[in-house]
Design a binder for this molecule. Structure first.
Ligand code: SF4
Ligand code: SF4
Length: 302
C-alpha cells in the first residue's frame, strides 16, 4: 500500500506533545482562503514552478518525452493532460526551479523514517503526527500507518480539519492517541464562505470524537485569521460551542501569517492567494485573555 506524502518534518515541537516527526499527506476537502499549504490541496502529485528563478533556458522543454512543456512569453507552461509526472524536467532544470510535490511512500518506508527518531520521542514523550491536507483523505493508508506505528510503541496524533464521514470515527478513535482538531468558525454561512464547506459535519464530528475519547485526547486548534474569525463575537461563539459540549482541555491558537504567497505562485494558484489582514501581538494577547477568562488553557502555536 502506498500513500502520497508532500512533506516530512523532523524535530517538530508544536504539533502534539514532545519531539515529533510530522508526516503530511496530500489531499484536502476544504479550500480555506488562508490555506498555508496550498500544495496540499490536490490529492495527486503535481509540479511546482518558481517563475522568478527561471532562466528560460528551455532545458526542461528538451527533456520532456511528452512535449508537455512550452515557452510562453516569459515563462514555462505545462499541459497537465500531456504531463505524466515522470520528473525528467525536474532532474534536468539547472536552477532547481521545478519540483514534484507529492511522492509515493510505502508504510514500511515511513515507519523506517519515523523509527530513526524514536530515542527523541522516548525522551520527550513525543511521537508522530500525521497532518495534511486532511489525512483522512487517504483513509486506508492512514489507518495502516497509524496501526503500524502504534505496534512499534509510537504515540500517534493526527491533525484534522474534521470534515470526514462519521463512519470513520470508530476506526479513528480506536487508533489515534491524540486528535488536533480544527475549529475555525461556528457560523455555518461564514464557514462555507471561507472554507468552501459547511461546518455542521465538523462540529458534529468534534463532539462525537470528544464523547468517545474525552478531554485528554482531543485539542481544538483555532487558526486566527484577521478577516475571518478574530472578532470577539466569533471567539465567544467558539467558546460557547466548546462549553456546550463540555470540552475542558487546552486550546491551541495558530496565528495567521502571510508566508504562503510564494507557495501559491509556485503551484499555479497565485490568483487564489488572499491577504487575510494583519494580526498583532496585542490581538493575540486579547484573544488569549478571552479564552483564559473562560477557564481555557491557551497554547500559542506559531
Ligand atoms: S514531469 Fe515529465 S512529462 Fe511532465 S512536464 Fe516534466 S518531463 Fe514532461
Ligand atoms: S530548465 Fe529550469 S530554468 Fe530552464 S527553462 Fe526550464 S524551468 Fe526554467
Amino acid at each position: 500500500m502506498k500513500g502520497i506524502v508532500f512533506d516530512i518534518q523532523n524535530y517538530a515541537i508544536y504539533d502534539g506533545p514532545g519531539i515529533r516527526t510530522l508526516i503530511f499527506l496530500k489531499g484536502c476537502p476544504l479550500k480555506c482562503l488562508w490555506c498555508q499549504n496550498p500544495e496540499s490541496q490536490k490529492l495527486n502529485p503535481q509540479i511546482s514552478y518558481f517563475k522568478e528563478k527561471c532562466l528560460l533556458c528551455e532545458t526542461c522543454i528538451k527533456t520532456c518525452p511528452n512535449n508537455a512543456l512550452s515557452l510562453n512569453v516569459n515563462e514555462i507552461t505545462r499541459d497537465e493532460n500531456l504531463c505524466v509526472l515522470c520528473g525528467n524536467c525536474v532532474e534536468a532544470c539547472p536552477n532547481k526551479v521545478l519540483e514534484i510535490i507529492g511522492k509515493e511512500y510505502s508504510i514500511e518506508e515511513l515507519v523506517e523514517i519515523a523509527l530513526r527518531d524514536k530515542p527523541f520521542y522516548d525522551n520527550s514523550d513525543g511521537g508522530v503526527t500525521i497532518s495534511g491536507g486532511e489525512p483522512t483523505m487517504q483513509f486506508k493508508f492512514l489507518m495502516e500507518l497509524l496501526k503500524t506505528l502504534k505496534n512499534k510503541g509510537i504515540h500517534v496524533a493526527i491533525e484534522t480539519c474534521g470534515y470526514f464521514n462519521e463512519d470513520l470515527i470508530e476506526d479513528l478513535t480506536d487508533n489515534v492517541d491524540l486528535f488536533l482538531f480544527d475549529i475555525k468558525l461556528t457560523d455555518n454561512e461564514k464557514h462555507k464562505t471561507f472554507t468552501g464547506v459547511n461546518n455542521d459535519t465538523i462540529l458534529t464530528n468534534f463532539s462525537k470524537v470528544l464523547s468517545k475519547v474525552g478531554n485528554e485526547r482531543i485539542i481544538p486548534r483555532i487558526p486566527l485569521i484577521p478577516a475571518a474569525n478574530t472578532d470577539e463575537k466569533t471567539i465567544m461563539n467558539i467558546i460557547s460551542f466548546l462549553q456546550q459540549i463540555n470540552y475542558l482541555g487546552p486550546i491551541h491558537l495558530m496565528p495567521y501569517n502571510k508566508l504562503a504567497k510564494t507557495k501559491y505562485e509556485k503551484v499555479g494558484m497565485g490568483d487564489l492567494y488572499k491577504d487575510m489582514g494583519d494580526l498583532t501581538e496585542d490581538d493575540i494577547k486579547e484573544i488569549t485573555n478571552i479564552f483564559e477568562r473562560h477557564s481555557f488553557q491557551v497554547i500559542i502555536n506559531h
